[in-house]
Design a protein. Sequence first.
Length: 258
Amino acid sequence: MSLDLKDVSLKRNGKWLLRSIDWQVKDQEHWVLYGLNGAGKTALLNMLCSYYFPTSGEMTVLGHVFGKEALGEKLRKKIGLISAGLEKKLHRDDNAFEIVLSGAFASIGLYETPTDEIREKAIDLLKTFGSFQYANRTYETLSQGEKQKVLIARALMNDPKLLILDEPVTGLDFLAREQVLETISLIASKPDAPTLLYTTHHAEEILPIFQHTLLLKEGTVFHKGETKQMMTSDLLSSFFECPVEVMWQNGRPHLSKL
């Protein structure tokens, strides 16, 4: 079991961010965390990465029980994270190869000397995602789509058991978005793929590989289950409190307001 949350709540600065979250995710089971801005998605991810600890409830992530052992870096080294917050911390003058290499040490910047094995792995990942041709370019000169593929390669350097993709295609144009989504599909197709969690508030980003969806609203679980059952016109009309229509194309849902 990758995640096991039982009646988990989180209070920060006197405000409840999450309430009574029950959620179980099996190994190599890929989920979408779907909700509007302010729904509590980021708070939940921060808790999964042990940046926050639950105020109440029982929580186990990758076999680590919160409140019964020291977590921090020990847990985070098993988790690959792609997020806007992490992206902002990276050194813009590092080249793409150095950014990927730093993932082996879970560090911002490269302060240790990589072994030949680590270098070969970074090269293999860059080649897998079609990024090797700009390995020597500085990070700041890359397009947004190129940056996201470099971040994904970085996140995979430690062979994570859990890969969290926090709105990874926000701000990308159509072609760049589809290239990054293809990269995510490629990761999921591998026999040794990590468990994937993908957060978004855009239904059309939900790939066929994400067969489970958790609908998060105002810090609580509105509904959870198979994506085909979550992404329906009736359920999402209730979720958004306004009439919407869901249409499916190429295994992906598309949402429109009626």
